[in-house]
Design a protein around this ligand. Structure first.
Ligand SMILES: Cc1ncc(COP(=O)(O)O)c(C=O)c1O
Ligand SMILES: N[C@@H](CCOP(=O)(O)O)C(=O)O
Length: 466
């Protein structure tokens, strides 16, 4: 059975159910599997014939042993991915000889977050019913996680959701996807600050043990291991469609919190032949700079047309760091302490060289992003959102050797960012009919300062938690 440990070394031997419920480890670290399950080439060949739900059950089964059986997973995944708008769930489109787009925006809230969030909602339902417990999910969003979480958990009797977003820094469509769902178990908080401030507050609430216990706090950001596991499935799906395990593939991933690209790293650890993972950032380029020089140094967050990636502190980077440090949790603790104190740390040259053999980084300026939206439409007829355009720009800079397909992840529907897309391409992307009235519906949000006590009080008062 796969057991879980914390990246900071304070916890070992946890099972999936407690990792799912806890979200963040009690020592401040992130949960990772103590050992990676491995799929052989024969296993991968067998997976080629599977539907998306079957594949999800196959990939996730080793991670959920003791909590969910393969049959449970298949039941949940069939329900979840049956709700997606596209029959292929995650369709692949060829843009050029070796360049492909993996569309991950056909779920209920039009972004890749639905892949994991919808499944997490099913998992929480079953576990909480079994245990007779109620939890409070506290999350931070730069737009898409919040929309996906509110949609997935609204109206659930054993879950309350408090979602913090940076006021004025997400698109109106993203905001309205959260704030127009007027459910008693949902609290939207518009925070005076950046996404990083929101995420810091969530971590501070986790560190406030009495508060954490009082509200029975949980997480659905990608700090929760279940998010990463569920997101790794579409890497298998895409690579298998393009010839894995007999042909390697490369991925380019628009990146902010490093969850999505870490899910690709997880797929590679499980035996999927991924030759290259490219980390694409916008002007908030802490990760791109890391891959250039091995220094991870925080800078101010600047607003861009790809707001979901306006992030400087990439939570999941800590998971990769543990692998780079050769599983030395002490090294992770020291680096994270240095980061907390001075806003930076450095890895040694050997680690950087090792990771650079298969991980590349790059960033796209606002001008390059807009040009990529326009060019892609002109060349291929595809209208892409700004996050997808960032990835396509960086993919062009780091194309793998000829014959290896580069799969660039398309993480959001262009209609979530209509102004940026229209300015770049001259075309106004339309929302699907089910969102026809989104811009007319009443909203519910409270505002808050960047203050731990203020936000904690908002949460306990709103949900009448004594
Ligand atoms: C549309 C979109 N693209 C890319 C990202 C970046 O993904 P990650 O935070 O997993 O790096 C996000 C935010 O998570 C997003 O919402
Ligand atoms: N871009 C994200 C930020 C949070 O990412 P997560 O994957 O850790 O939940 C968003 O859209 O909210």
């Amino acid at each position: 059975m796969t057991g879980y440990k914390s990246t900071r070394g304070g916890i070992d031997g946890r099972d999936f159910e407690s990792v799912l419920l806890a979200g963040l480890a009690e020592d401040g670290g992130l949960f990772v599997p103590a050992a990676w399950p491995r799929f052989s080439a024969a296993d991968l060949r067998r997976m080629r014939a599977m539907t998306y739900p079957e594949l999800a059950a196959e990939v996730l089964a080793p991670f959920t042993e003791g909590c969910f059986t393969r049959a449970d997973l298949l039941e949940m995944a069939s329900a979840v991915y049956g709700r997606f708008d596209h029959p292929a769930v995650a369709p692949l489109k060829q843009l050029d000889t070796d360049l492909w787009l993996l569309e991950l925006f056909h779920g209920p809230t039009l972004a890749f977050k639905d892949f994991a969030m919808q499944l997490l909602a099913e998992m929480f339902d079953r576990v909480l019913t079994r245990r007779g417990e109620t939890i409070t999910i506290v999350g931070a969003t730069s737009g898409d996680t919040g929309a996906a979480a509110v949609q997935a958990f609204a109206g659930k009797s054993q879950v309350r959701v408090a979602m913090l977003h940076p006021e004025g820094r997400i698109s109106p469509v993203q905001r309205r996807q959260m704030t127009t769902i007027l459910a008693d178990n949902v609290l939207n908080i518009a925070l005076a600050g950046t996404f990083d401030d929101c995420q810091d507050l969530v971590k501070a609430m986790f560190a406030d043990q009495p508060f954490r216990t009082r509200i029975n706090m949980s997480a659905v950001n990608s700090i929760n291991w279940a998010r990463i596991a569920a997101q790794s499935v579409y890497y298998f799906w895409a690579a298998l469609r393009l010839g894995a395990p007999d042909r390697p593939s490369a991925f380019c991933v628009p990146t902010g919190n490093f969850g999505n690209v870490y899910a690709g790293w997880a797929a590679r650890q499980m035996g999927l032949p991924i030759e290259q993972l490219t980390v694409a950032t916008n002007a908030n380029d802490i990760l791109a700079r890391f891959f250039e020089g091995g220094v991870y140094a925080k800078d101010g967050v600047v607003p861009t047309m790809s707001p979901s990636m306006d992030i400087q502190v990439a939570s999941n980077f800590e998971r990769l760091l543990l692998d780079l440090e050769g599983n030395d949790a002490g090294g992770v603790r020291r680096r994270m302490a240095s980061f907390a104190q001075s806003g930076e740390f450095e890895v040694d040259h050997g680690s950087l060289e090792r990771v650079s053999t298969f991980m590349k980084g790059g960033s796209a300026s606002e001008r390059a992003t807009a040009a990529m939206i326009a060019n892609t439409h002109e060349r291929t007829g595809e209208l892409v959102d700004p996050h997808t355009a960032v990835a396509l720009h960086v993919a062009e800079l780091h194309m793998p050797p000829k014959g290896v397909p580069m799969i660039s992840l398309s993480t959001a529907h262009p209609a979530k960012f209509p102004d940026a897309v229209a300015t770049a391409s001259g075309i106004h992307p339309a929302l699907p009919p089910r969102y026809a009235h989104l811009m007319d519906l009443p909203e519910s949000t409270v505002t808050a300062g960047n203050d731990l006590r203020e936000v904690e009080t908002l949460i306990t008062e709103r949900f009448s938690i004594s």
